[in-house]
Design a binder for this molecule. Structure first.
Ligand code: B12
Ligand code: SF4
Length: 520
């Protein structure tokens, strides 16, 4: 019998499910006779999850269940599920006032129960789906993948039904092999309950595939709820322009999930895909690349794409992406503004060149400033969010003062009201250099559970080590007390009050000698 593939995007904030859309598009192009259906639990009210899943399975009777799980980890600095997880955690760990500590503990419990609740709910939905599908096809194949599975594939295996294929990274070639009964041993996956994941599985390179424009005429025939994302008009619809990132930032796992080799999707194919969405009324796009301009040598590709967008006459769109602000040229800045980039995040992490180097982020803060000036000169006048993650490695009063000096210069360039400091703390992830660093220093023990949100583990995974940890803890608590609606700016003001502002030149120059992050 010809396979019938049901893609189930597990519950998630309604972010466009670009992962399953691309998988279904690829399989249709390779195996047009395969029947497919997309079912997105992101568009279903929570009380209906089980009923709706059972219903779609009964209707479609799949031979293959493809579950896509986007996110698990919830350390967001803003209101997340069940409250502001960062604030709750900090209230438990750093508050002196017992009442505040208690409030944090209660909030922490809420966050923890929401987190474990969602985890168990998703695992149960997978079990329910499998159980139901077996009624129609006892030999049904279950495959689980997506962003969250890529990060936590080692931990999830033991919780999934025996025989489930657990996939890391992009799933196109794996699915193709499964559907054509080819061996999958060479793919980035393992079978739950049958085998252990290979050592360093996540570091294996993905198989490059030629990406062509997604065929939305086909997608809408297999996804009745597609309209949901077109109706409001305010969703940023995902479009991928490339895969991979060549960098080595110490806390980042994207570079292993997608691999270091950058694979560019042809500009005309990307634009042909956008055009189909544009014709359906979409005006907001998110280029879902790990990095839109991963290195200087990819600047010509970004220029070619933006020119192609202009040529296609899509001149009333907005777009956003993760952008390394060190890889810009005046021409590119001009094109970015012209094509409607209306949201910009500068993920510099620190304003101290010394720390940027120690975190292996591989860029020059002086270049970033120059590029920001070019962007402003090109007419960029929207909000700039500057991401700071304090206290990753070797943070001390001097480096804080440097970050303040740097931040004030960004404000001078864009205008203080336009620069929004977004204060993050790193959520430590497996397979990163930071994890190795924590293990080497005994901060984490081998065998720790990176998915645990139990307070004793969570305190280490929400990266904010001593001796500076409690200083940041108390300062952040003060900022939430003083001005919760302008948290980032208040933190910066309090840090400046306490540690001062270093001259810009000091922030931009790093001492030459450098200790490696991890001793190998
Ligand atoms: C772009 C992006 C965003 C954008 C999304 C914009 C948009 N409108 O689409 C923004 C900035 C909004 C965002 C926000 C968040 N994100 Co985000 N994001 C990403 C990023 C960089 C790319 C995701 C993407 O769309 N890729 C392109 C598509 C085509 O790939 P894909 O969906 O992963 O699907 C492919 C594979 O996963 C696989 N696949 C997918 N499903 C399945 C199923 C099977 C069976 C198989 C075999 C394969 C498979 O094949 C697909 C095609 O190749 C990833 C990191 C990364 N490099 O992957 C993080 C990532 C997905 N985000 C993550 C998180 C946590 C978040 C937040 C929750 C962060 C926060 N704490 O606030 C928020 C909120 C998200 C929400 N649901 O509300 C995590 C999720 C894992 C986790 N830690 O739990 C990731 C993996 C980053 C990380 N390493 O931690 N994000
Ligand atoms: S540049 Fe961005 S995507 Fe690449 S390794 Fe660094 S943080 Fe990760």
């Amino acid at each position: 019998m010809s396979p019938r593939v049901l893609y189930v995007r597990l519950p998630c904030n309604p972010i466009f499910p670009i992962g399953v859309v691309y998988l279904a598009d690829y399989i249709h192009k390779q195996l047009p006779s395969v029947e497919q259906r997309i079912f997105d639990l992101g568009t279903v009210p929570p009380l209906d999850f089980r009923r709706a899943l059972a219903q779609v399975i009964d209707d479609f009777q799949p031979t293959h269940l493809v579950f896509s799980w986007r996110d698990i980890q919830i350390y967001a600095p803003v209101g997340g599920r069940g409250g502001n997880p960062l604030q709750n955690a900090f209230e438990v760990y750093y508050a002196r006032n017992p009442l505040v500590k208690l409030r944090g503990a209660i909030g922490g419990l809420r966050v923890m129960s929401a987190y474990y609740g969602e985890l168990w709910r998703n695992l149960n939905l997978i079990r329910l789906g499998l159980h139901h599908a077996r009624r129609h096809h006892p030999e049904v194949t279950t495959i689980v993948g997506g962003g969250a599975v890529s990060v936590f594939y080692e931990q999830l295996g033991s919780q999934l039904p025996k025989g489930t294929i657990v996939a890391v990274g992009e799933g196109e070639t794996l699915l193709h092999k499964v559907l054509t009964n080819q061996p999958i041993a060479a793919e980035r996956c393992y079978i739950a309950g049958v085998e252990k994941p290979r050592d360093r599985l996540i570091h294996e390179w993905p198989t490059p595939i030629e990406k062509t424009a997604c065929n939305y005429n086909y997608i809408e025939t297999i996804w009745p709820e597609f309209e949901y994302y077109l109706q409001g008009g305010d969703f940023y619809i995902g479009v991928q322009t490339k895969r991979g990132c060549p960098h080595n930032c110490c806390y980042c796992v994207y570079t292993v999930v997608e691999g270091k080799q950058v694979r560019i999707n042809p500009a005309e194919e990307v634009v042909a895909e956008m055009r189909q969405l544009y014709d359906r009324g979409v005006r907001n796009f998110w280029f879902t690349d790990a990095q839109f301009i991963p290195a200087r040598k990819f600047i010509p590709d970004a220029i070619a794409l933006l020119r192609e967008i202009l040529k296609a006459g899509m001149n009333d769109i907005h777009w956003a992406a993760y952008i390394r602000a060190d890889n810009l040229t005046p021409e590119l800045c001009h094109l970015m503004v012209q094509t409607g980039m209306n949201y910009f995040e500068i993920g510099i992490t620190s304003g101290s060149q010394e720390l940027v180097r120690k975190m292996r982020m591989g860029y020059n803060l002086r270049t970033v400033l120059q590029n920001c000036r070019d962007l402003k000169a090109a007419g960029f006048n929207a909000l700039v969010s500057v991401n700071y993650s304090f206290n990753v490695i070797d943070e001390r009063p001097d480096t804080i003062a440097q970050t303040i000096g740097y931040h004030r210069e960004l404000e001078r360039i864009f205008g203080a009201d336009k620069v929004e400091p977004a204060i993050f703390f790193i959520g430590l992830q497996p397979h990163t250099h930071l994890e190795e660093y924590a293990l080497e220093r005994g901060i984490l023990r081998p065998g720790y559970n990176p998915m645990s949100l139990m307070p004793w583990t969570a305190k280490k995974l929400l990266w904010n080590p001593e001796p500076m940890g409690s200083v940041f803890g108390e300062l952040c608590l003060a900022a939430w007390r003083l001005n919760p609606n302008d948290f980032g700016r208040t933190v910066m003001a309090l840090l400046e009050e306490r540690f001062g502002r270093a001259p810009l030149e000091e922030a931009l120059s790093a001492p030459l000698e450098e200790r490696p992050l991890v001793h190998r």
